[in-house]
Structures are given as C-alpha cells and as structure tokens.
Design a protein around this ligand. Structure first.
Ligand code: FES
Ligand SMILES: [Fe+2]
Length: 430
C-alpha cells in the first residue's frame, strides 16, 4: 500500500511534477523506425502530457517539435514538409527541426519576426529499432546499450501499443512474476501453428514460485524459480530497468533463444505507450510471423482488438473448458492489458492489500520513489550513463532456463555471468 502522496509522486508525470522530472532525465522512445520512413507523413505524439509532432524534413533529418503552431495553435502534424522544415497549413509559417521559425510568408517583408519565434523542440535519435527523445534539462545522457537494442537489426523487432491507464500499472504487470500462473495459464497446444500462442505448462505446475530480488546497477533483477515435472527447477529471470523499462524472460518453455524488452512511456497520467522489443540471440527474428500475429491482435489505433468497449471479448466457454484461465484468448499481451486497464485509470494504491508475492512490486516502487527523492535533493537520477566506455551491462541477464540441482536464481546468475566476464555467453544465454 502507498500513501496518496507516494501514489501521486510515481503516477503524475506532466511538466513540473517530480515524477515527470525523473522520466525526462532519460531518453524515452516515441515511435518505431517503421512508423517514420523517409518521405513519410508527420506523426502526432503525446508524451508526458505534452503534444508534439515527429517529422522528417526534406533532408530526412528527424525533428520533434510542439504540435500546436506558436502562431495561433493549428495542428502542425497536418503540415507540409518542404523548404527545410514543417509548414503550418493555416498561414504558412515554417519551422525547422530545432523549432526555429524560418518563414512567415503572410507577413510583409519588413514586418517578419521569424527570428523571435522559437517553438518547443526536443532532441531525437534513432537506435535499437525505435526513435528516442530527450526532454530533460542540460546535457543528454547516453541511450543505454542493452543487448536487445545494440544488436543487428535482424535479431530484433520493435512494436508500439497504447494502453488506457497510468504507466506504472503497465510497468508493474511486466515485472510481476507470480501472475503468469493465473492470468496467462492455458492448456499447452501440442503442435501450435504459432509459437507465440503455445502456452507454458510450467506456469501451472508450480503456482507459487520462489522469488529472489537483487539490486543491480541498472535497476532490479527478479528471479522466479518453479519446481516442475521431473524434479527440475525452472527459472525465469526478469529485470526492472530505470525508470520505465523491463526485460521479461520468454514465455516459451526452454530451450529458448531470446527474451523481450519493454519501455512504458506515459502519454499522460491516464494512458501510456508500451514499446515492445522481441530479441533473439544470434538468430534472426521471424519478423513476418511476429508481425502477422500482432496485426491479428492490435488494431490500426495501436490498441488491442480486445478492449474494455467489448469486455475484452471474454469467452466463458473457453474458460470452462480450461483452455485458458482467463477466457481472453491465447495472446498473452492482451491478458495484461485487461488486467491493468481494469485497475482504473490510475490505480488507487491506498486501497490495495499486498501479499508476500508482491515483493517485486514493492521493491520497484521503492526504487522509483528513491529515484524521485534523489532528484528532489538536487542529485542526478540513478543509472544515467555519460561515458561510452561505461555503456555496457556485464551484470545484465534475462533468461528462461533449468537450474542445476540445488541451485537458486542468484546462484544460477552468478555461475552464468561469472563464467563469461562481460556478460553471459551466447550458449548460456540461450
Ligand atoms: S496558426 Fe500556424 S501559421 Fe497561423
Ligand atoms: Fe503478464
């Protein structure tokens, strides 16, 4: 349970709020690279309660500037890309990627005051399959070079999804190790046409995993160890990454060859964008198959087809047959969207009752609150990187595997990380 003041601190992220200041200290993703092709249309972006427009100018340079024209507020995302910038349709004012007004065609030559008009503009960078922005003050840090971002394009695919609730609810669902045994439980398919819908039998075999938490340089490492058939120990290691990132281990049973990445970015305090990365070690992602599945489950509005307006298309017969625990189909991300959206636009954490299995949620909230406090005391946010030589994560591991007899999660990670200075070996990581 949190106090109202604590809940407000982590959930409010608009300009001038302590939580907003924390999130603005890091690079945040705004769009996938596929959404902003060369020659593509400008795109409205809502992020941290600010309305912006992302565009490529006629030299293919990326810009992210205020959505509403500083003349009389018309929406610039409808504008024309030409003459070195984005031109407003109302009176033709033109803005470059730095937000500088460079033309006011309706003003007489001797009355133009372009040089005095500088619109909101933020830095943007392409990296890891997405476009990132830095909305903070001062010099921007580095974008962290996690394995799933800093890899060949063929080993990763990125998507974007909008969820209609506060960003912390999305983040909490992604690091919660015990809900998988309930919300995502489903009868395994013998020969699934689509591995993404296969289900993991181990979630149901042990519904009460042993949880271990370790604080690491980039956030919190979370171990969930289940006792499963054949006396084996099945371990999933997920991570919370400052401030709104996670890496969930694959939901497919071992052997698996990769993991996921997530970045939860507030649109405002009542909705957020979930960036999802699917990463494979040393083997290409079958992008066509993954995209096909996504297109079946996510609408053109970037929201799941199953949504509150259709009661998430719950099928009580599917639930009675125990095909799935939830009756919400076999596509796991849609289960999570149901769980977090129905908590309310902003979950009232003063009314919850946490159990021992919520230890991960408690630790993540502590980390967030302590990061906000750190900044309120005038210190820098945690985990920021400025030296390219330090931009690596030798203590990072995200895995779904069987442990050795008697081994727990932390011992497994120590063995695997220790055997390969600089990170897990490819074989161990697989
Ligand atoms: S409102 Fe944009 S140019 Fe007038
Ligand atoms: Fe989940």
């Amino acid at each position: 349970m949190l106090s109202k003041q604590q809940n407000d601190l982590i959930t409010q992220t608009g300009p001038g709020t302590p939580g907003g200041k924390l999130l603005r200290s890091y690079w945040q993703p705004v769009a996938t690279i596929e959404e902003m092709p060369i020659g593509g249309a400008p795109m409205p972006i809502r992020i941290l309660s600010e309305d912006l427009v992302l565009f490529r100018d006629d030299k293919d340079r990326l810009g992210l500037i205020g959505l509403h024209c500083p003349h009389r507020a018309t929406d610039l995302s409808y504008g024309r890309v030409e003459n070195g910038g984005l031109r407003c349709l109302y009176h033709g004012w033109l803005f470059d990627i730095n937000g500088q007004c460079i033309d006011q065609p309706a003003e007489p030559e001797d009355k133009k005051f372009c040089h005095k008009v500088r619109h909101t503009a933020y830095s943007v960078q392409e990296y890891g399959g997405v476009i990132w922005t830095y909305m903070g003050e001062g010099e921007a840090p580095l974008i962290p070079a996690y394995q799933f971002l800093d890899c060949p394009e063929e080993n990763r695919i990125a998507f974007r999804l909008i969820q209609e609730c506060n960003w912390v609810q999305g983040l909490e669902s992604s690091i919660d190790p015990s809900h998988t045994s309930y919300l995502h439980r489903m009868a395994p398919l013998k020969s699934p046409a689509d591995a993404q819908l296969a289900g993991n039998p181990y979630y149901a075999e042990d519904t009460n995993p042993r949880l271990d938490i370790e604080h690491v340089s980039y956030g919190v490492r979370i171990h969930a160890l289940r006792k499963v058939s054949g006396g084996k120990g099945y371990l999933r290691v997920n991570n919370y990454i400052y401030p709104g990132g996670t890496t969930p281990a694959s939901s497919e049973p071992p052997p698996v060859s990769g993991y996921g990445g997530r970045w939860y970015v507030p649109r405002d305090d009542y909705s957020h964008t979930r960036f999802e990365f699917i990463y494979k070690h040393g083997t290409p992602v079958d992008k066509a198959a993954v995209t096909r599945t996504k297109q079946q489950h996510v609408g053109p509005d970037k929201r799941h087809v199953r949504r509150v307006e259709n009661r998430y298309m719950q099928d009580r017969e599917e639930q009675k047959r125990d095909d799935t625990f939830c009756g919400l189909g076999r596509y796991i991300p849609a289960h999570d969207t149901f769980a977090i959206e129905t908590q309310g636009a902003i979950q009232d954490r003063t009314q919850e009752h946490l159990g021992s299995t919520d230890v991960v949620i408690i630790e993540m909230r502590k980390a967030l609150l302590s990061a906000i406090k750190q900044m309120q005391e005038g210190k820098e946010a945690p985990g920021l990187l400025r030296d390219p030589k330090q931009n690596q994560f030798p203590d990072f591991i995200c895995i779904s595997d069987f442990v050795r007899d008697g081994e727990d999660g932390p011992a497994y990670c120590k063995r695997v990380l220790g055997s390969s200075p600089g990170g897990p070996t490819k074989a161990a990581a697989e």
